[in-house]
Ligand binder design. Structure first.
Ligand SMILES: Cc1ncc(COP(=O)(O)O)c(C=O)c1O
Length: 356
């Protein structure tokens, strides 16, 4: 049996609707800023119950636009050190200074004490990542903390489309949410992204920046933007997948529950503790391995002997060559959690084979 790390899946009905609409798009010759962008954005904002959604060409672009809007140039931005690299590089693209915060391995989010330790008068805001599609149960503390200290709060919800906590959707909790439609993500447009926000000012800024910095009223170039928009072909692909989001998330939850049922009593590992009113998107199913286990050895064994692909979710960002200068020696818990996290273990395969 071969189990790849991810499978991009389009249901038959989704595929048929996309193919039929492709005819329309190609026939119209209208490949950008058209009706599919509008439909995709509208469905996105309705689904997440957030007033505005602005489509762009990636989550990295979404983050960069938000950070430019908050004018982070020469200011500090707090960001978890255990995330995808562009949670950090987007801060640099906007001229800001990333300040890496240690992680709490139990919530996959900030260590709140370290968040407070790293805040200075130069701190302007926070990038808050919902790693693996799980919104930390400490979310209210993070929202309150940002308000009390007058910091913007941008959710990096690249992995969290469809995740909810206490009825709130990822991307609707902070000042802005940024989503990714990269091929591994909950829905994919090849590459693509979305900004969600309640702030009309940010919505207007993003609409201008994704189209070369043009004032949409006068058409004059008034800012340094780029061709960061999402074209009609990708918007159409995204729209049809988004209309099946609840089935997509239900299926992920079903699979996660099966894994959890089979793995919860196994030695040598722990699972994420998901409270009742917390519904992750299950972008990934993290497993925390006991320290004694050689993670890299296990990954290789799973692949070579069982055909199962797995990975350490992310190398802590401060270990990437380009970001080593941001390691101030205080990020130990991030290293621990990242070492311990993985996908599938060989005992699971044996259990599954036993059951079928
Ligand atoms: C947490 C996180 N942030 C940002 C990104 C960047 O997304 P994109 O490739 O759409 O720019 C990713 C993609 O893997 C991610 O997982």
């Amino acid at each position: 049996m071969k189990i790849p790390l991810f499978k991009t899946h389009f249901t038959d009905s989704c595929r048929l609707r996309i193919l039929s609409d492709m005819e329309t798009i190609l026939g119209s010759g209208h490949l950008m800023m058209g009706p599919y962008k509008d439909q995709f954005e509208q469905l996105f904002s309705e689904t997440l119950r957030v007033p505005h959604a602005v489509s762009v060409n990636s989550c990295t672009t979404a983050l960069t636009i938000c950070l430019k809007y908050y004018d982070v140039a020469d200011f500090d931005v707090l960001v978890p050190s255990g995330s995808f690299i562009t949670s950090i590089s987007s801060i640099l693209f906007a001229g800001g200074r990333p300040v890496l915060v240690d992680m709490n391995p139990e919530t996959l989010s900030f260590d709140l004490d370290d968040l407070e330790r790293k805040r200075t008068p130069r701190t302007k805001g926070i990038i808050w990542v919902h790693l693996t599609g799980f919104i930390t149960p400490e979310y209210e503390k993070i929202v309150d903390y940002s308000k009390v200290n007058d910091l913007f709060l941008v959710e990096d919800a690249a992995q969290a489309l469809g995740a909810k906590v206490d009825g709130l959707c990822a991307g609707s909790i902070g000042d802005a949410g940024c989503f990714s439609f990269y091929p591994t993500k909950i829905i994919t447009t090849g590459t693509g992204g979305m900004i969600t926000t309640k702030d009309e000012g940010l919505r207007n800024y993003a609409r201008k920046m994704r189209l070369f910095g043009k004032d949409l009223g006068t058409n004059e170039v008034v800012d340094l933007g780029n061709d960061w928009f999402l074209d009609e072909i990708r918007a159409c692909i995204g729209y049809h997948q988004l209309s099946e989001l609840s089935e997509n998330i239900s299926r992920r939850r079903e699979i996660a529950q099966k894994y959890a049922g089979l793995l919860k009593t196994k030695m040598g590992m722990n699972l994420l503790n998901v409270p009742k009113e917390n519904n992750p998107s299950y972008y990934q199913f993290p497993i925390f391995l006991d320290r004694a286990i050689d993670t890299q050895g296990l990954i290789e064994k799973l692949k070579n002997e069982y055909g199962i692909e797995s990975k350490v979710i992310y190398l802590p960002c401060h270990k990437e060559k380009v970001f080593r200068k941001y390691d101030d020696g205080t990020l130990s818990r991030t290293e621990e959690s990242d070492r311990e996290i993985e996908y599938v273990v060989d005992s699971l395969t044996r259990e599954i084979e036993y059951l079928i």
